[in-house]
Design a protein. Sequence first.
Length: 532
Amino acid sequence: MQEDGRPSLGGASLRVLTFLILTALAATIVVVQQRGSGAYVAEFSATRADEATHVLGGMMVADWIAAGLPAPGRFFSDYTLRLPVPGVPAGLPLHPLAQGLWIAALGPGTPALLLLPAFLAALLVVSAGWVAARAAGPLPGVAVGAVLMAAVPVREAAITVGVDLPLALASLSAALAVAGFMRGGRGLFMALFALAAAAALLTAPGGAALVGLPFLALALGGCPALVLRRAFWLGLLLMALLAGPWLMAFRVLPELAAAPTLASAQANLAAGAAALRSGLGDVFVVLPPIGAVAAVVHAWRGRAAARPVAAVAALAVCVLVLFALSDVPPEPGRLLVLAAPAAILSAYGAISLLRLISSGWDTVFGLAVALVLLLAAMPALLEPVHKGAVGMDQVAEAVVAKNVAHPVVLVAADGQGEAALIAAMAQRDRARSAFVVPLARRAAGAAPDAVMAEVGALGASFLVIEAAPGARTLPAVQAAEAAIAAHPDRFRLLGSYPRADGGGEARLYGIPGAAVPDAATLRQRLRAGAGG
């Protein structure tokens, strides 16, 4: 039963339980996709170099917690000296903090780390399907969930550790919170918006798109008068209090063009549309504008079910404006925040077009919309998403198995190879005794004797070379191979570990007789040569 137009406690509990069951089912499917992609046996950063940055951020937080929360400045400085991934610690703290708590609870293993993006992807898929089902019908809602499960951007984000999925989920949650505020102006929903928006702002610079979301959502949703409510402004104040001080202290802002022009905005939007088309399909670029217009018209006519879709349309507009003002075209990964809005608006646009023809055919129209969306998403489903091993996991295992006290591991590889080895060492060297030193930052392009001088100064115990066609053109790799050729007696090949794609291998060399300096001296020498 209902009282005062509100659903009964039993009905609300049933909906929550249904949502959780669907999320668990979706997470199970995502885990199967992860296994099929090879993500559980591939290194972090095997596909994106910045993945190691996010992994190391979580590792640092987990180790900092385990160490009893010592002074963070010195702890993080020493940590990045041992595992020098650029960008750690990051200026935006929420994802490293969440990742660190996750690692502290479940451990640093690859399956455990990838379980978090699996749940985030499942929540995004089910939330989008839920909104579409409420607005367009259950069959289109199921189709929206299936489309997102098949979408290349979602599948790629689910096999990596990064900020794209958290940002997409927080952004959609913020839009739905504003839609809840439209139903009666309750302050609770603006508080939920503040939490979701602050989470987005503290996760990635793209969260700045949410600052204007509540204003535009109320305008498109036919509720502009709600801007006069005290609860509205209290929600914005709460968002500013939660995220503002940190953003001001660290100056973490999106990279906007100094003087954006119409041509640059058009180029950015065209690049975004092309990436969205390749990741979802042509239909999901054509139908969203129709769905947005229909939602705005229906919301202004008082149709309550259209207001969440209008809020989603406002989210899409805010994100597109941020992309248009950016100083560079958006990367494909950043477009994940548009995947759920595009699917929801496509479903609503298709059902709205069919309802212009006739009424009373909701089941037939729902079937037709579901069929169109599923067929449109079929090419994306056929696009393989794979994460291949690059051999650095086995290198890290071999280094740790040698039980060398404070081993210094020189690595000559491209950015992805370096990052993959550093992340692999972080997972396996739980004592934090090893120092990983990218040769590109010390003696890239140097003569063999200069490389050997660096080996002696650091007391390097191991040298890792990425013997792949692309990496062999790099100065650091050429310098390392020249040093081995000039001093073959100083290096002993311990193992070669091929890439999964057959495009080369990682080679591990031992350096016998290395005189390893004490840890304090080693730190001093590493800091002194950090810019070398």
